[in-house]
Design a protein around this ligand. Structure first.
Ligand code: CTP
Length: 410
């Protein structure tokens, strides 16, 4: 994994299913796309395809054993070299072993040792695909951040037809290149995203906070990574993203901590997205020890927190694109337009958090993206789609050479 320049390295795992013959095509297309492909075949795969085929097509010879290669630790070397691990086809047996974390062969051990993103492409008979144990293993892997290109419906081995056929090589290659960020429209850009509600301490055990889950911010960071950006996620809640060579995560609690980290990030970032719900007020003084009932009802004296977003916009570097978020319950559009102009940001993404399925803990959101020129509505959808729609507009602004001065009155 690396800051290395030069071609990206994909460790390409092939497991033992009939679709292994299609993996030959995936391998060839990855090489054609300029990727350095290191093939790893399981013992099962070798029953379906010859090592020689992959050794001839890939960037280096096939590796298949934990023990008989030149190095005593081939799995850790492979794990470190990988910018991405792709497993195609992934059999039901492989998914079970990977979900259980077994390391009995080179591919399993490499997958445990790597910190690179992983893409699995299952292929099997429909009955096996639909079996709860396969689906649960896949859900476990997804929860751990493994990316999946699901199988398609079509002709299977032995004349059967149904869901389970390995996805088309073109789709697998596109997903792999997306994960490598090789062709992403944010490749070469640095994006700083804040996420979650800040916590402003009252005493050593209590704080003031809000209902933000951080999910929309995390979805933005994930989408920016997939589109090739170098991403820093500044978050008050544990990151839900798998580790990735282009991702740094900074955990913060308070508005003051977030302000300090974002100020440093802003010096390098081309894009700043303040998706965090920054507390507007904090206690003036933090009690040094726990407040107890016998001291009476405490009187909290509050002060305003710094407006991080407005501060970043005031110190904006030329060409930098700045995005704010607003969670509203009344007159969302009018308020968002006013906030966008007052804070001098390019986009203000507003949601009406009183609507069902919108904002806070949901995985869905409905927003309007307010710019100086238009209001773009995104009806109720996943936070992932909202993230990509916001980034589409960011990419447009970057392509135009950065923000334009606002026309009057919007
Ligand atoms: N924000 C910030 N620092 C703060 C408060 C808010 O950076 N102290 C950012 C948020 O991350 C968000 C945007 O400003 O991107 C809008 O926040 P909001 O609290 O809705 O704006 P306010 O100007 O505080 O307006 P309101 O009076 O509605 O609270």
């Amino acid at each position: 994994m690396s800051e290395r320049s030069g071609p990206k390295t994909v460790v390409f795992g092939v497991t033992g299913g009939i679709a292994a013959y299609k993996a030959v095509e995936v391998c060839r297309r990855l090489v054609d796309a300029g990727v350095h492909v290191v093939p790893v075949l399981t013992a099962g795969a070798e029953r379906f395809v010859a090592k020689t085929t992959f050794s001839a097509l890939a960037s280096e010879p096939v590796q298949s054993s934990l023990f008989d290669e030149a190095s005593p630790i081939p799995h850790t070397l492979l794990a470190r070299r990988a910018d991405l691990v792709v497993v195609a086809p992934a059999t039901a047996d492989f998914l079970a072993r990977y979900a259980a974390g077994t390391a009995g062969d080179l591919l399993g051990a490499t997958l445990l040792a790597t910190r690179a993103p992983v893409l699995v492409c299952p292929a099997m008979h429909t009955e096996m695909w639909e079996h709860p144990s396969v689906q649960e293993n896949l859900a476990t892997l997804r929860r751990r951040g493994v990316e999946v290109v699901p199988p398609e419906a079509g002709a299977l081995a032995a004349g059967d037809v149904g869901v389970g056929r390995l996805a088309e090589p073109a789709a697998i290659v596109e997903a792999a290149l997306g994960l490598l960020g090789a062709h992403g429209d944010l490749a070469g850009h640095r994006v700083a995203v804040s996420a979650g509600g800040t916590r402003e301490p009252i005493d050593p055990v209590r704080h003031l906070s809000n209902r933000s889950s951080g999910k929309q911010g995390h979805a933005l960071a994930r989408a920016a990574l997939r589109r090739g950006a170098e991403v820093t996620l500044v978050t008050t809640v544990a990151s839900s993203l798998p580790s990735h060579p282009r991702l740094s995560v900074v955990r913060v609690d308070t508005a003051a901590e977030m302000e300090a980290v974002m100020a440093v990030e802003a010096e390098k970032a081309d894009v700043i997205v303040m998706a965090a719900a920054v507390a507007d007020f904090r206690p003036v003084a933090i009690a040094p020890s726990k407040l107890t009932k016998d001291q009476g009802i405490p009187e909290l004296v509050l002060e305003k927190t710094p407006d991080i977003l407005a501060g970043l916009a005031a110190r904006r570097r030329p060409g930098q694109v700045i995005v704010g978020f607003a969670a509203e319950t009344d007159e969302p559009l009018a308020r968002a337009r006013r906030k966008r102009a007052a804070k001098a940001v390019d986009l203000m993404v507003v949601n009406d958090v009183s609507a069902p399925g919108v904002g806070f803990d949901y995985d869905t959101n409905a927003v309007t993206i307010v710019s100086a020129f238009e209001d773009r509505e995104v009806p109720l959808t996943s936070k992932a789609v909202v993230a990509d729609t916001v980034l589409d507009q960011v990419v447009e602004l970057l392509a135009d050479g950065g923000p334009e001065p606002s026309p009057e009155g919007h």
